[in-house]
Design a binder for this molecule. Structure first.
Ligand code: WQD
Length: 326
């Protein structure tokens, strides 16, 4: 099959492109390069520069490349920014998806994998979040992902498009230094940044109802996440009309304090963190039940937090050589 990978020049998308081509699938990248980087697209994979709001360009791309499946990752993904600019997020993430689904159904593309997020759950009050846990997003970003799932599912039901919404938990790591996340918006790069500045990493609150008082998350290596897309693509190919919603996590909780300890150890630092006030809207614990993905896709994460930190650090040092002190 030929898969159109929107957002394929982004951090996660570039990993999905590599996993798909390594699995023998043909890939075409569609990316507006607003945050994506053309150099992340491997040689031999066509790159179409365009917006998901551009119906004409999408239709032409689907036809020109005889696309038979879509993996849709192109989206805005900063929670804080979404609070400031909700209309922008709804336009990019919901209207962009609607326009894309319109083109996909008109071209009779049979399979669609949608990049969703654990942000759809909001503040879950359970030990392990299953796909049945009620969705109550806390930010416009999370709302656009939930609305996106609805759009995808409704389109599948109406047209027979096989769909999978993958709810990513906390993504980290890289397949190689050149593919590392360049944004500094999540815990791992934010700790790297502090260590590089020779400052203490920050813990946003240590009075949560968790074993060490800091928030607990389910960190997943981007290479494992990319493999989940390949597995989903294969399931959709062989089951027209399928409608999957799956958590993509490891099912293991790691606290902020544990992450910082491990980052210190991996990077050769010894910087105790500084506890600062809570960041508004952070849930105490968000850890996936990964059972459904295992059952439906035969997929399971293989890499651990050590792998994530080591590979992310190699990418960080490539961009910030001053991070390594002699
Ligand atoms: C993790 C934990 C922070 C930085 C968000 C989105 C989610 C997904 C991933 C997607 C939290 C704490 C962080 C720091 C800290 N986005 N922290 N000190 O908030 O779980 O998830 O990003 O596209 O949808 O909601 O991830 O990495 O920002 O934070 O204590 O310097 O680390 O409070 O508990 P989060 P995160």
């Amino acid at each position: 099959m030929t898969w159109l990978i929107t957002g394929g020049a982004g951090y996660i998308g570039a990993h999905v492109v590599r996993a798909m081509t390594a699995a023998g699938e043909r890939a075409v990248v569609y990316d507006d390069l607003s945050t994506g980087v053309a150099e992340r697209v491997p040689d031999g994979v066509p790159l179409v520069v365009g917006s998901t709001l551009d119906a004409e360009r999408l239709a032409r791309t689907l036809a020109d490349h005889a696309v038979t499946g879509v993996v849709h990752l192109a989206a805005k993904k900063q929670v804080g920014e979404s609070v400031e600019r909700p209309l922008h997020y709804y336009r990019e993430n919901v209207e962009g998806l609607r326009v894309l689904l319109d083109a996909v159904t008109a071209a009779q593309v049979p399979a669609f994998v949608f990049s969703s997020s654990a942000a759809v759950y909001g503040m879950p009050d359970v030990d392990l979040v299953s796909e049945e846990t009620p969705c109550a997003p806390l930010s416009p970003y999370g709302e656009t992902k939930l609305a996106g799932e609805w759009l995808v599912r409704a389109t599948g039901r109406a047209t027979g498009l096989a769909t999978a919404s993958l709810r990513y938990f906390n993504v980290a790591g890289a397949a190689g230094p050149e593919l590392a996340d360049t944004g500094v918006f999540n815990l791992v790069p934010m700790v790297f940044e502090k260590l590089t500045e020779d400052a203490p990493p920050r813990v946003f609150g240590d009075d949560y109802p968790t074993p060490d008082g800091t928030c607990v998350r389910d960190y997943i290596h981007v290479v494992d996440l990319a493999e989940a897309h390949v597995a989903a693509a294969r399931v959709l190919r062989s089951s027209p009309g399928r409608d999957l919603t799956l958590n993509i996590g490891r099912g293991e909780g790691v606290s902020v304090r544990e992450m910082i300890d491990r980052i210190n150890a991996v990077t050769g630092h010894d910087r105790p963190p500084a506890v600062v006030p809570r960041r508004p809207g952070d849930p105490a614990r968000v850890v996936a039940s990964a059972d459904r993905a295992a059952a439906e896709l035969g997929w399971k994460a293989r890499l651990d937090v050590q792998d994530m930190i080591t590979s992310a650090w190699e990418g960080w040092v490539r961009l910030h050589p001053e991070a390594v002190r002699t």
